[in-house]
Design a protein around this ligand. Structure first.
Ligand code: 9D3
Length: 246
């Protein structure tokens, strides 16, 4: 998977991806990240990337020429798409990450200021993505989020570690609680069942904890979750228990 990121802050893409899972993926050549400095594609002596909005108003708008020139400098692979990170985009989620992971190249355009000249959208942008309903200072952090989530789905990236199947959201539930040594920490003990060695019992306990957490914190996820008949019975019991305690 190849990511090309158009930004006025290319340095933001040098450190985060070099650590951890992404760092390993980069070293193995499973992913490539090319940060393209939009400022390098300005033609004026001041290297201007923004200008005042036609019609007036607050803030500045990113000029179209440097972005389009930067975009045209990027080598295009066969299966590629051009994405604009914007608060007006479609909400990014795991399903969208899976879809994007099927491509060979994702070109990510990061806006700053109030946004980009609308003609960049009209001419080049194939898809618009937002990572959620909060205000960021620009598209860069959102681009890193997309790069991280998509890279994890590239075959080979999650080598020895947990498979993608096992991860939260792949079956649509939140994860059960995790514990490691020591058995007792500041008076808090690891649940007995996890020390029992009874793997069937442990599996059932973890499933019940996942369902409990999801019901309590993210009931919206249960509608799309992958639930067995046993899960549904358990969920009904948990719902009844919640009713009793209120
Ligand atoms: C306070 C400025 N807002 C005026 C109504 C508009 C605005 C413009 C540019 C708000 C944020 C930004 C910069 N954000 C992004 O470019 C961005 C973003 C985000 O802010 N939240 C969630 N996902 C994304 S993707 C890109």
């Amino acid at each position: 998977m190849r990511f090309d990121v158009l930004t006025i802050f290319p340095a933001l893409f040098s450190h985060y991806p070099r650590e951890g899972v992404l760092g390993n993926a980069l070293e193995k050549g499973l992913i490539e990240i090319h940060a393209v400095n939009i400022r390098d594609f300005t033609l004026d002596p001041h290297r201007t990337t923004d200008d005042r909005p036609y019609g007036g108003g607050e803030g500045m708008v990113m000029k179209p020429e440097p972005i389009i020139n930067a975009l045209e400098s990027v080598e295009r692979l066969e299966r590629s798409t051009v994405v604009l990170l914007t608060p007006q985009g479609e909400r990014f989620d795991q399903a969208m990450a899976r879809e994007l992971a099927g491509l060979e190249q994702i070109i990510l355009v990061c806006g700053r200021y109030e946004g980009i000249d609308e003609r960049v959208r009209a001419l080049c942008i194939e898809r618009e993505i937002s990572i959620g309903d909060y205000v960021l200072s620009g598209g860069e952090l959102a681009a890193l989020v997309v790069i991280d989530a998509v890279s994890r789905l590239v075959p080979g990236v999650l080598g020895g570690e947990r498979s993608t199947e096992e991860e939260s959201f792949s079956d649509g539930l939140l994860e059960y609680p995790h514990y490691t040594r020591p058995r007792e920490f500041r008076g808090l003990r690891v649940p007995e069942v996890l020390l029992s060695g009874d793997h069937a019992r442990i599996r059932r306990w973890r499933r019940a904890e996942s369902l409990k957490r999801t019901l309590k914190r993210r009931p919206d996820l249960l509608e799309k979750a992958d639930l067995s008949p046993e899960d549904k019975v358990l969920l009904e019991q948990l719902r009844d228990q919640m009713q009793e305690s209120t």
